[in-house]
Ligand binder design. Structure first.
Ligand SMILES: [Zn+2]
Length: 195
């Protein structure tokens, strides 16, 4: 489920839709949490789908560490990629704001964290744009993403968290907030290198 202070806006024919903040969202806010309506598809289930449905999954789902595709039911599926993403995850099923996000700013994720199967050209336009998002970005950039997400994680108790009740692993998160050595790194989400 996506944070309530967000809405969809149309960016144009090249990018399509994006998720925008309707109010300021401070760093450390859980901006998305996997919920009971989001749907996981195994590789076998995807193989049995008609071609039009597989195409939609390619566009709108992300891939978890077990190789399942996860399709979000709400406008979380319109999260765009940025090479300077303002939202990332540590090793739990939610996304954090890793910087303060202003009202009217787009929320973005780094698709390199979401186990892409194929390289694709990037149109993010950020200062730090990598030009392409590659399946192995996660192995080169994982530790820098992890540091950003980790710093945001320890702000969880200091900012409003309207999605807290949706988080499935609340006790594990509480434990890691009290004992940082228990925090799961972002690498928890990474599947094996694509072959
Ligand atoms: Zn880029």
């Amino acid at each position: 489920m996506i944070h309530p202070h967000t809405e969809l806006r149309y960016r144009g024919p090249e990018i399509g839709w994006g998720v925008y903040a309707t109010q300021p969202i401070p760093r450390g806010t859980i901006v998305w949490a996997l919920d009971a309506l989001d749907r996981r598809f195994t590789r076998d289930e995807i193989a049995a789908l008609p071609a039009y449905a597989r195409r939609q999954l390619d566009i709108y789902s992300y891939v978890d560490a077990r190789g399942n595709h996860v399709l979000c039911w709400d406008h979380a599926r319109f999260f765009n990629h940025s090479c300077a993403a303002n939202c990332l995850s540590v090793g739990y099923d939610f996304e954090l704001a890793v910087r303060d996000i202003a009202a009217g700013e787009e929320l973005t994720d780094d698709y390199g964290t979401l186990n892409p199967g194929e390289p694709f050209p990037c149109l993010c336009g950020s200062h730090d744009c990598r030009g392409h998002v590659l399946p192995d970005d996660k192995f080169r950039l994982g530790e820098s993403w992890n540091q950003l997400a980790r710093d945001a994680f320890f702000l969880i108790r200091t900012v409003p968290q309207p999605l807290w009740d949706i988080v499935s692993e609340r006790s594990a998160v509480e434990a890691a907030l009290d004992r940082p050595e228990l925090l799961r790194p972002i690498q928890h989400h990474f599947g094996a290198p694509a072959v």
